[in-house]
Write a protein of this length. Structure first.
Ligand code: NAP
Length: 289
């Protein structure tokens, strides 16, 4: 249950299409309630063709303090904002926007959210080439994060050569000049043999999809010290992570990324520390229903 919405209540929200499945309202409203703030976080279903109208028009709604963006708006929103912070420029996608006076300022908290569980591992990342499966919006943040970690090579694997070329082209020159390579799906076995970390940034293996992004035989090719990271958080664990755990690999799912990108966004809007443990609990409760 939300706290009371009154005449002074400020609004935050998430723009996407569809957006009804989003767990962001659950975790943000839990944090807002715990902090005793006069805010509410709402879903904002906005179709692709309506995004320019929405971004311009919502500036007139003075109580709207900021919003998240999810599929399919993270890239398209960039040309509609007044300012984009360097981290979002480097990633090439915006997932968080804040009202600063009468300006919309965009940033990206996905890469930092993705990094959080990896920082706990105390690894030598310079010995861990990264294999990123998928070349969509989330893969962009993952690649930027792997660069920040210091992975010596970042291999992005995709099924569509045109999308892969576009992906490579939209990366910053820092990344393109760095050891970033794109590969067709058929290269997976050869790449896995040298992987330090393999990240599933595709929707393969979500609750509605019984498949895995790599086969059991391919999972067997991974070196024994490697890490398997799935951005998916429903189901928990995915079959991909079950296979990794059965092999004794470190397996990480997407829940911590979701929690941490949300906590960093809320801090960006409110400019104060936020109760991440309450956000975590609200999400695990919602997911266990
Ligand atoms: P997206 O922009 O739609 O990209 C999906 C990527 O997966 C595309 O490269 C697509 O290939 C590829 N793909 C889809 N189905 C495939 C298949 N059957 N075989 C091979 N490749 C396939 O989506 P996204 O925003 O990057 O999200 C990707 C996943 O990450 C989703 O499951 C999402 O829920 C998850 N995610 C989690 C978090 C978190 O906080 N944990 C945050 C963001 C995203 P094409 O380019 O050929 O279409």
């Amino acid at each position: 249950m939300l706290g009371s919405v009154v005449g002074t209540t400020k609004i935050l929200g998430v723009m996407g299409f569809p957006v009804s499945h989003s767990l962001s309202p659950v975790m943000h409203n839990a944090a807002i309630a715990a902090m005793g703030l006069d805010y509410v976080y709402v879903p904002l279903p906005i179709a692709v063709e309506d995004l320019p109208t929405a971004i311009a028009g919502l500036k007139a709604v003075r109580s709207l303090q900021g919003f998240n963006l999810t599929i399919p708006h993270k890239v398209e929103v960039m040309s509609l904002l007044d300012e984009i912070l360097p981290i979002a420029k480097a990633i090439g996608a915006v997932n968080t926007v804040k009202r600063v006076g009468d300006r919309w300022v965009g940033t990206n908290t996905d890469a930092a959210g993705f990094l959080e569980p990896l920082k706990q591992l105390n690894c030598d990342w310079s010995a861990k080439p990264a294999i990123v499966l998928g070349s969509g919006g989330a893969a962009k943040a993952v690649v930027a994060a792997c660069l920040e970690l210091g992975c010596p090579m970042i291999h992005v694997v995709g099924r569509d050569p045109k999308n892969l070329k576009k992906f490579h082209g939209t990366m910053t020159s820092q990344l393109r000049d760095y050891n970033l390579r794109v590969h067709p799906w058929t290269s997976i076995p050869h790449l896995l043999e040298v992987a330090g970390i393999v990240i599933n940034a595709t929707p393969i293996g979500m609750a509605s999809d019984p498949h895995t992004p790599i086969s059991e035989a391919e999972m067997a090719l991974l070196p024994s010290q490697s890490i398997a990271y799935d951005l998916i958080y429903t189901p928990r664990p995915t079959k991909f992570l079950q296979m990794a755990a059965a092999r004794g690999l470190t397996a990480i799912d997407g829940l911590e990324m979701l929690i941490n990108q949300g906590a960093i966004a809320l801090e960006f809007w409110l400019e104060q520390p936020v109760p991440i443990e309450i956000m975590r609990r609200s999400l695990t409760t919602a997911l266990s229903r």
